[in-house]
Design a protein around this ligand. Sequence first.
Ligand code: M6R
Length: 365
Amino acid sequence: DKGNYRHFMAKEIHEQAEVVGRTLAHYVDPAALSVQLPFVFPFDPVKLDRITILACGTAYVAGLTAKYWFESFCRIPVEIDVASEFRYREAPMRAGGLTIVVSQSGETADTLASLRYARQNRQCIVGVVNVPTSTMARESDILAPTLAGPEIGVASTKAFTCQLAVLACIAVGLGRAMGTLDRERERSLVGELMALPGLIVEATKREHEIEHLARTLSHARDVLYLGRGTSFPLALEGALKLKELSYIHAEGYAAGELKHGPIALIDEDMPVVVIAPPDAVFEKTVSNLQEVSARGGRIILIGDAGAAEAASVHVEAAVAMPPMAPTFTPIVYAVPVQLLAYHVAVVLGKDADQPRNLAKSVTVE
Ligand code: M6R
């Protein structure tokens, strides 16, 4: 049932505050401001020395985002790969390691094959999965459910933000268990997590201006998405969403890579969506913004209310996000990124729920 929405995708974007809240409630003790993982790791966390994350598509983007959190909170190396590469590249894995598979459906063929490869290599497997009856849910040692509810739109939206929420909680919980994250920091991070549903509601209120922006963007042939730090994976996600829904060519890049090639693409016809939340690398992103601006690129800035002024460049459009703490910005900034792709598809008359050539669940490789 689509309710009052034109598409399941719109409904699912608007459900995110609720389902992220529900998912967090499963992993967080709000009174104690602590993460309470609903499972116990079957290994000594202090001895853990590597995490491997495997997934495809948008679930891979969630894993790539979580790498930043795991490295920061747990201080151990994280390897992340798309499952279609991982399963065939004879990756060495030391027995006793932790492998996290991320999947909405729990049936994606390559992710499932990677899970089985990890099992053969005696990993502890945590499945961050949305369908609790799926093969991956069954074959994981530990099921860490996303409580997004059924996702009907082919484009992953609410499953993605719930994956991010679960991975964030696991990273905090594991950091505590490993002794690399102190109680003080846990309290403040859990406070940041608990603020997310309200911030998602605020972000959703930007829909009207995003609709307007979508009309301009619908004429583009190519769109570049840039971000740094945890906004880099979100830039990949923005480009993926735009491609799959509107069939406009888009690329996501780490903002710092601009000079290493893609800057050659920039001219006055090239829209550049810059995701620049107020985090530790904001100033660095600003210098990339200035490089784009100097070459006449059309900047669409997704940042907080002061971002455009702080960057002191001319922007074609700015989407003002609510003020928030820096750690978990992708969970809120995902909303305008999803809405933009959705509305471009609607403007172009494309079927947002069922893009051409795509299946909801890729069960053959
Ligand atoms: O069910 P899964 O999460 O394993 O699916 C992975 C990808 O196929 C999926 O995220 C795909 O990229 C989406 N269409 C993206 O919107």
